[in-house]
Design a protein around this ligand. Structure first.
Ligand SMILES: C[S@@+](CC[C@H](N)C(=O)[O-])C[C@H]1O[C@@H](n2cnc3c(N)ncnc32)[C@H](O)[C@@H]1O
Length: 204
């Protein structure tokens, strides 16, 4: 069903693709965004902070998840920064998935990014790193269910980096994560955002 939100499965708003600059200290690329997809005009401030402040990817990050990929800035940047890695880019929004696949091809990493709907990721896939600007606006319970599902699919040494606006509940989300057994470090707090580093659940 379409509700006019960026997390609709199939946005009803007319398509109007436009170029967006992803300009970071280590790389600059031009990707394509569109209406009906999160942050259709520019790289989101929180996403930019996440891409600037998350600890560098290493060769241990063999399988990476961009949870809620939108038009794909995180997936594309991760693929360029980690040429050894396989990236999964997951989103409920079909237009977002198409944009991510096209953007991955544009920056020549299409062979290492698998774009999928949430149920399109095989059950046995495990992630060394999750990088996400998660969909806070889907509501607290839905967000908790979403994070629980994907964080449980990290490798034992896996780590997630999530950017969350403070006024949208970054601190209560951190408390909830700790309450269900995920260790959380608040690694950056800037411009109204926090970056949470989340470890795999301690008893798994
Ligand atoms: C805050 S946006 C971030 C988009 C993109 N990563 C960025 O930084 O520009 C969150 C994304 O999560 C997606 N989303 C919402 N519910 C989801 C779910 N259950 N599973 C996967 N993705 C979901 C939305 O469609 C949206 O694209």
């Amino acid at each position: 069903m379409s509700t006019g939100q960026y997390f609709d499965d199939e946005p009803s708003v007319a398509s109007d693709p436009r170029p967006v600059e992803v300009s970071l200290p280590d790389l600059a690329i031009t990707l394509t965004a569109d209406r009906g997809v999160f942050s259709a005009e520019h790289l989101d401030t929180g996403t930019k902070l996440l891409l600037q402040e998350s600890p560098p990817l290493t060769t241990a990050d063999r399988t990476i998840l961009d949870l809620g990929c939108g038009w794909g800035p995180i997936a594309c940047v991760a693929a360029l920064r980690a040429p050894h890695a396989r990236i999964w880019a997951v989103d409920v929004n079909e237009r977002a998935r198409r944009l991510t696949a096209a953007n991955a091809a544009t920056v020549d990493v299409g062979d290492r990014i698998t774009v999928a709907a949430p149920d399109g990721v095989a059950d046995d896939v495990r992630f060394d790193r999750i990088i996400s600007n998660p969909p806070i606006r889907i509501g607290k319970q839905a967000l908790h269910d979403l994070l629980d599902h994907w964080l449980t699919r990290m490798t034992p040494d896996g780590v997630a980096h999530l950017v969350v606006q403070k006024h949208l509940g970054s601190d209560s989300l951190a408390r909830w994560l700790e309450g269900v057994g995920h260790p959380v470090d608040r690694i950056t707090s800037r411009a109204g955002f926090r970056i949470l580093q989340v470890g795999a659940r301690e008893n798994t």
